[in-house]
Design a protein around this ligand. Structure first.
Ligand code: ZN
Length: 407
């Protein structure tokens, strides 16, 4: 038998079954955005990939590890405020390459996540961090963000172990290609509790119910989700009952829909909230107070209700659940911005919202916009605008569950 055809056949067979993942990954661009409260680094990738990122001290560095990649980002523009003295990249160990940003000042990473290709934008890694003249405490050391396996990881001397992985691993749900996550949609308020109003005929409870129905329709249309709504009609449901409902149904994700008002009529934009014992800012503390008060409107005692939702923030499960909620919230904010929706400044905020207190179900509360803003109230009242918001939420969930699948 002649050898050449056999070799050709072997090569052909190998190529035909070459998994997508083996195709070369490239880092196509690196950009920085400087904001008052953070610096955002965005890496455009040729494809989604596992990554991990962390900081190292003395000398100060931000490190990103990825599967082997081709560097196509060329010369990276470095904003002066960030103080990047050098950018290096190269192979670290078999299968893994590293990018190192040498910094003048200590950095702390707040969050890091991956976004799948959408709306003509490439797949990308987003890293939010800040740099400071003040030396960092040890607590910022050891946090590793990302999904790249830590086995054989050459992390560097000052980082002992991973204490924080994003996204956290969801419990095994069995065969991943038959798993359809159950999304619990929670249109806020209802019945005796109208929620916020524009001062005219536009009322929160109706807007969020319509948005909930639209979101349900779009999620079901993908064929990738199951959906339950805490209310499908104009009825009042106490906050605790909404949390209980999600738990009894075995929900995989909980989305509470709201619209806000504020005395400053020019303020507009969507925002996303996750649970925290301490509020991110005064405005959010007030918002949580307002949203939690609705049970009082219907004559329920909030304190007793609250106690019955067994909730300990220090609990491991809650920390994991909160990490997933935060991870989703950041991704959703980016998806909304990609889809051209206006968002509030620092659109991911947190406080002690009673409706987000499911210990085991990642939960977010979305304020779709402000009814106190005439233009936004008008938009929120339109089907077309609500379709756009729902589309962003669907892409956010797609991104989130794609990531969880990969774990
Ligand atoms: Zn509300």
């Amino acid at each position: 038998m002649r050898l050449k055809p056999i070799i050709a056949l072997v090569i052909f067979a190998f190529c035909a079954f070459l998994p997508q993942k083996l195709l070369a990954l490239s880092v196509d661009d690196v950009r920085f955005g400087v904001y008052p409260e953070k610096v955002r680094m965005v890496l455009d990738l040729s494809d989604i990939a596992d990554f991990r990122t962390f900081v190292l001290h003395s000398p100060e560095r931000i490190v990103i590890d990825l599967p082997h990649f081709d560097w196509k980002a060329g010369e990276v523009e470095r904003p002066r405020q960030v103080g990047i003295s050098d950018i290096r990249q190269g192979k670290l160990q078999p299968g893994i390459s590293r990018i190192v940003f040498d910094l003048d000042k200590p950095a702390e990473i707040h969050t890091a996540y991956l976004l799948k290709k959408n709306n003509n934008k490439p797949s990308r890694i987003v890293i939010d961090f800040d740099v400071s003249d003040v030396p960092r405490g040890l607590d910022s050391t050891g946090k590793i963000f990302g999904t790249l396996s830590l086995e054989n990881a050459n992390i560097g001397g000052s980082v002992q172990k991973a204490s924080y992985l994003v996204p956290p691993v969801k419990p095994d749900r069995g065969a991943s290609n038959t798993f359809k996550p159950l999304i619990i949609i929670d249109p806020g308020h209802g019945g005796v509790d109208p929620g916020a109003s524009s001062g005219s005929s536009i009322v929160e409870k109706h807007i969020v119910l319509a948005l909930g129905h639209e979101l349900k329709k779009q999620l079901l249309a993908t064929g990738r989700y199951r959906v339950k709504m805490t209310r499908e009609r104009d009825i009042f449901i106490p906050l605790k009952k909404r949390v209980e409902f999600a738990h009894k149904q075995g929900g995989d994700f909980f989305i509470s829909l709201h619209a806000d008002t504020i005395h400053k009529k020019d303020v507009s934009g969507a925002s996303v909230y996750t649970l925290s014992k301490d509020a991110s800012d005064k405005q959010t503390a007030r918002l949580a107070e307002k949203e939690n008060r609705v049970d009082l409107i219907a004559g329920l005692d909030l304190d007793i209700e609250d106690e019955q939702v067994a909730y300990i923030l220090g609990d491991f499960l809650i920390t994991e659940t909160t990490n997933q909620s935060k991870y989703f919230a950041n991704m959703l904010v980016s998806t909304m911005e990609d889809n051209g929706l206006k968002t509030l400044q620092s659109p991911h905020r947190y406080a002690g919202f009673a409706v987000l207190k499911s210990p085991e179900i990642p939960s977010v509360l979305i304020e779709a916009g402000f009814l106190s803003n005439r233009n936004e109230a008008f938009l929120l009242n339109k089907d077309s605008y609500r379709r756009k918001i729902a589309r962003s939420i669907v892409s956010g969930l797609d991104n989130y569950f794609a990531q969880n699948h990969r774990n």
